[in-house]
Design a protein. Structure first.
Length: 230
């Protein structure tokens, strides 16, 4: 008797994916990749911000350590407002960060009773030839904003831009987050122990890239009281 062997796989089992199924799979994959691409830039920005905070903290700590060695009561600024320490006291080499042409530090100082408040500011420019402008300004009024978390500076004597770093006379600092017709708002409360800064001795630290672009905020700011040697 002759026996015939038949294939155990049916035609239905041998067929591949239909065009509709492939298109649906590609659509699902595209949606998934799109969501990943939306998350990726935010993660990169967050990582960059964290790195800048760490590097900025190291830079400020280095600047304060050098200032503690070189500053004396005789060569420290005596103005009531925060003033940049003279470059004959703290040189450019003291305040540079490694071999970087775009990163650097500023040290500001003001008398505070029997001590001095010393502020270190770490910054990064987009190009080495761009400048960092520092200027004291007075305000018509400094009050807590309506939300209780921000500070509103009314009638500043100079034009502040979005992104400026502002240091108050009490050592508190923040960044300009909103600019109005005759006022600016900074991100944080500038009061310390319930006491706000005085009206006349704030300093605006502006990183000027050009007259059009928004200034780049400081990488980090650290303020500490020091008892300077004679």
């Amino acid at each position: 008797m002759l026996r015939y062997c038949t294939n155990s796989y049916s035609a239905d089992r041998r067929r591949g994916f239909s065009l509709v199924e492939v298109l649906i799979a590609i659509g699902i994959l595209g949606v998934g990749l799109g969501m990943v691409m939306l998350i990726f830039p935010a993660a990169v920005m967050e990582n960059r911000s964290s790195a800048n905070n760490v590097i900025g903290t190291i830079m400020c700590e280095n600047a304060l350590a050098i200032a503690k060695i070189k500053l004396t009561s005789a060569n420290a600024p005596g103005d009531s407002a925060f003033t940049v320490v003279d470059d004959n006291v703290l040189t450019l080499d003291d305040l540079k960060f490694g071999e970087s042409d775009t990163r650097g530090m500023l040290v500001l100082c003001r008398p505070d009773g029997g001590q001095h408040l010393v502020a270190a500011v770490a910054y990064q420019k987009s190009a080495k030839d761009n400048t960092v402008d520092i200027e004291s300004f007075s305000a018509g009024d400094i009050v807590a904003d309506s939300d209780g978390k921000h500070t509103r500076i009314n009638s500043p004597s100079m034009q502040l831009k979005l992104g400026c770093t502002v240091i108050a006379s009490n050592g508190r600092f923040s960044t300009v987050s909103a600019v109005g017709t005759n006022y600016v708002t900074v991100k944080d409360d500038l009061a310390k122990d319930g006491v706000g800064p005085s009206r006349s001795d704030l300093v605006a630290i502006v990183e000027v890239e050009n007259l059009v672009r928004t200034p780049i905020p400081a990488m980090q700011v650290m303020v500490t009281p020091l008892t300077l040697r004679n």
